[in-house]
Design a protein around this ligand. Structure first.
Ligand code: NAD
Length: 477
């Protein structure tokens, strides 16, 4: 049984209820988390406020930085343990689970170094005045986290908030809490004061909603679906609470005829099969110059056929999806494709060792997907790649920008002028030229436009969102 972590103490929920934890690789229950309620959020916010007022707000940036660096080192020492926890909880192949733990190390390391480098400005003004700005922490920040990359999203969101001088109340996804509870324990061992990092588990409509509504929360960082992002905005608007929204995507990979296909093909595949396609920035649309459409699909089809799917511990190309309802969601998209006569180019294989009770889905490549079909418009959040062709740059841009989303875009061409023209015209928060994701760099600001959200996390840029500016004008004559 897992407990909430409030004020550096493991605490049961006052509801006396729990939620089973299911291993996606075999569909079996192996643990329980607290099904918390609004009074647990009250307790967490009170612990956070006390910490903020009595300790955290009095620390210098350098002192916060030292604590974050100690936490980074603790996570590094326990990286294998954390990877194994995440693997079982989320069904992540070993390489992915380890990469996520190391990304968490890096987030805390990066934000440790940033703590004492955030500062305001002085502004030249009228004669007789001196004007300066202070960057002030919001205070108690709320963090609502999805299940696809719990450690990574915790690292970027909570790491940035703490560095900027805030304390945190975290609501992980009901499908992925275990690693974050362990990280909060490690934070206590690293010397974090009681109340700086609090974890409250439970369902979104119960405890997530209570967190977003709580008058003691001064800023909300939400990462999740556009649907819930809308609810968070509505609730936050009631009390004018600032919000950062990191929502979904339907990101295009745009391949021109002069692209280096040997470099592009493995990255196109990885961008849709990584984490079983359950990645907000998944490259889920493939836009291909008509001159190379057939040969490229031929090569990709062969590669898809060789992809293997199985239990997380087998560390194959693809692990299971997170839960049965996510598997059903992917099946629904694929049956819609059949109804619309969308042709399947190739599918990978689920290995015989995969238990029938696990939530597996073979990676699937579809071709000639109409731009307005839901497979080209909506997030599948599974390993399904929708391909279509274009005749020139204008059509490529029209297709790339033809969804409600704008998170990431990949552009593959050797023509330098075209690289920049395309990068300017595509509507997205990040653009990758002749690569996709740039290795995930924690230094790189991340976020979207349109229904992919607003505000930025990662990099130094995140610190501006986790602070507010106070202008001080002094008249001295
Ligand atoms: P989700 O929106 O269902 O849930 C996200 C979180 O919100 C969970 O912790 C959930 O419990 C909570 N929640 C649900 N209902 C709530 C409510 N009424 N009030 C408050 N909180 C509530 O998303 P998910 O299924 O966990 O994650 C998948 C989605 O997240 C996808 O759309 C994906 O693209 C998006 N995502 C975006 C990014 C990004 O950085 N842009 C990163 C990862 C995931």
């Amino acid at each position: 049984m897992q407990f909430n972590y409030i004020g550096n103490e493991a605490r049961p929920s006052s509801s006396d209820r729990s939620i089973p934890v299911i291993d996606p690789s075999d569909g079996q229950v192996f643990d329980e988390i607290q099904r918390s309620n609004a009074s647990d959020i009250d307790a967490a916010v009170a612990a956070a406020r006390k910490c903020n007022d009595s300790v955290w707000s009095k620390l210098s940036g350098a002192e916060r930085g030292r604590l974050l660096m100690r936490l980074s080192n603790k996570v590094a020492e326990h990286a294998e343990e954390l990877a194994l926890i995440e693997q079982r909880d989320c069904g992540k192949p070993t390489k992915q689970a380890r990469a996520d733990a190391l990304a968490l190390v890096r987030y805390f390391e990066f934000y440790a170094g940033a703590c004492d480098k955030l500062h305001g400005t002085t502004i030249p003004y009228l004669d007789g005045y001196s004007v300066l700005t202070w960057r002030e922490a919001h205070g108690v920040t709320g963090h609502i986290i999805p299940w696809n990359y719990p450690m990574q999203i915790f690292g970027r969101s909570v790491g940035g908030a703490l560095a900027a001088g805030n304390v945190c109340v975290v609501k992980p996804s009901e499908d992925a809490c275990l690693s974050l509870i362990r990280v909060a324990q490690l934070a206590e061992e690293a010397g974090f004061p009681a109340g700086a990092i609090n974890i409250v588990t439970g369902y979104g409509h119960e405890v997530g909603d209570a967190l977003a509504r709580h008058p003691g929360i001064d800023h909300i960082s939400f990462t999740g679906s556009p649907r819930v992002g809308t609810l968070i905005q509505q609730v936050a608007a009631e009390r004018h609470c600032p919000v950062t929204l990191e929502l979904g995507g339907k990101s295009p990979q745009i391949i021109f005829a002069d692209a280096d296909l040997d470099a592009a093909i493995p990255m196109v595949i990885n961008a849709i099969v990584q984490n079983a396609g359950q990645t907000c920035s998944a490259g889920s649309r493939l836009l291909v110059d008509q001159a190379i459409y057939e040969p490229l699909l031929d090569r990709l089809g062969k590669a898809f056929t060789n992809l293997r799917v199985g239990p997380a511990v087998m560390d194959l190309d693809v692990g299971p999806l997170i839960r049965a309802s996510q598997q059903q969601r992917v099946w629904d998209f694929l049956s819609d494709a059949q109804v619309a006569n969308i042709a399947m180019v190739a599918q990978g294989q689920v290995v015989d060792e995969a238990p029938e009770t696990g939530f597996y889905q073979a990676p699937t490549l579809l071709r000639d997907v109409p731009v307005d079909h839901r497979l080209a418009q909506e997030e599948v959040f599974g390993p399904v790649l929708s391909a279509m062709s274009f005749k020139d740059e204008d059509e490529a841009i029209a297709q790339a920008n033809a969804t409600q989303f704008g998170l990431v875009a990949g552009i593959w061409t050797r023509d330098g002028s075209r690289q920049l023209r395309m990068a300017k015209r595509v509507r997205s928060g990040q653009v990758f030229i002749n690569n996709y994701g740039a290795g995930g760099g924690v230094e790189l600001p991340f976020g979207g436009v349109k229904s992919s959200g607003y505000g930025r996390e990662k990099g130094f840029e995140a610190l501006y969102g986790f602070t507010t500016v106070k202008t001080v004008a002094i008249k001295h004559g």
